[in-house]
Design a binder for this molecule. Sequence first.
Ligand code: ADP
Ligand code: GLC
Length: 484
Amino acid sequence: MSKILFISSEAFPLIKTGGLGDVAGSLPTALLKQSQNVRLLLPAYPEVLYKIKEKKIRASTSFYNQPVDIVETRLPGTQLRVWLVDCPSVYHRPGGPYIDERGHPWHDNALRFAIFCHTAVAIAMNQFKLKWQPDVVHCNDWQTGLVPALLSLQKKRPATVFTIHNLAYQGLFDQQTFDDLQLPEQLWHMDGLEFHNQLSFIKGGLAYADRITTVSPTYAEEICQPEMGYGLDGLLSYRKQKLSGILNGVNEKYWNPGTDFHLVQKYNQKSLNKKSLNKTALQEEFLFDVDASIPMIGMVSRLVEQKGLDIILQALPRLLSMPLQLVILGTGDLHFEMLLSEIAQHYPDRFKVVIGYNELLAHKIEAASDIYLMPSTFEPCGLNQLYSLRYGTLPIVTPVGGLADTVINASDKNIKNKSANGFVLKEHSLTALLNSIHHALELYAQADTWRQLQVNAMNCDHSWGKSAHQYIKLYQQAITDNPA
Ligand code: ADP
Ligand code: GLC
């Protein structure tokens, strides 16, 4: 049994903007179930404080003259102990974890997450005498990147693991910020926190963690190449022996069509014919033609370039002339939000765009749709294709990252050997997308084949238990690698 301090800037159901929230709300609990001794460290945003019932201050300190309390609570609905970094001057504000109400990054994000990291380091080094010191500190994404760097300067320190959920977000700030944060001089060099004269939070993880992981084996390969490495491919290739990919999982507590309380009609492999009642309910809600035989395509996503919105927008005129219904729920770049909403106005009977973050609707779309659209330009892992598989909603994806590792194309051969569970584009292009959609619609018209594909999809095992098992092995390796 290891003691693991799991550090994340979001965790469902307390706070979530994307897949990281799902992972941090699921993996620590899965580790706990496998007898690991885990604590989750999270900033105390107002939304988080509002949602928790019990709380107890375990320690108090200050960083950069800002008072900080460590507040203990539990992740709602679980036994997992959560330590909240409560620093009112930087976290108690309306807006999101990373952006303000107008959608701009907080002006003091470097300070906000430096305080988070310093608190993590103090806990890791047992400075608060909390009667609990971790063997492993598991950091996630750039917001936690300073932790492995700062810990590397300590003599007797826990092992460090850094997980890349998305290399596109690096936490880059100017050199002045490095000085203002009074970070140790010895960390400022090209093999350290410096990245072309800028301070890079993520490099703190990539350069100093004992082990680096990312969320799929294919993405682990891709980020070592210049095309997807964002200039960090050299460092990642250099550290390749320490880099591996572990797939994310599906939290059955929230994403199981047999028990999902959000659904009008629950269903499972054996009662798949009931799935379409979710579709007819959504058709009614959106004032579409109510007809279970019309194929419905769904998408729930951050509306950013990564998610393939370029080719989706190009495909829309053709797509909307086909006998199908299309539903998109998302929020993100204003430009995409406006374009999609504008187009949808012209097709009220078959195209619905809902802008915003809506957990209930996300579940309803997963259950109602026949086909799920996810033609990402890159995808470290992706959770929505996993949820789609679980819900018998066949994903259409590009052959990248975690999508390539989890979706098996409905080729004749794969249909025959019962491994096919979705549709994989030949490449990221409009033509490839339209070809895959045509292919999906053709197979949708063959009820028996479609049913078999759905069963194949629903039988895939993407349980968190499986991934947690791999992380536990990795923690052992990190502990062995730790030179301190
Ligand atoms: P990413 O982390 O890159 O956004 P993932 O597929 O890993 O992509 O995870 C996205 C998660 O966020 C999923 O749980 C998805 O259902 C959820 N999500 C994204 N956008 C919305 C939205 N507008 N409303 C509700 N849930 C959303
Ligand atoms: C990131 C990635 C996504 C991944 C998620 C959780 O946001 O874009 O692919 O599933 O993190 O690991």
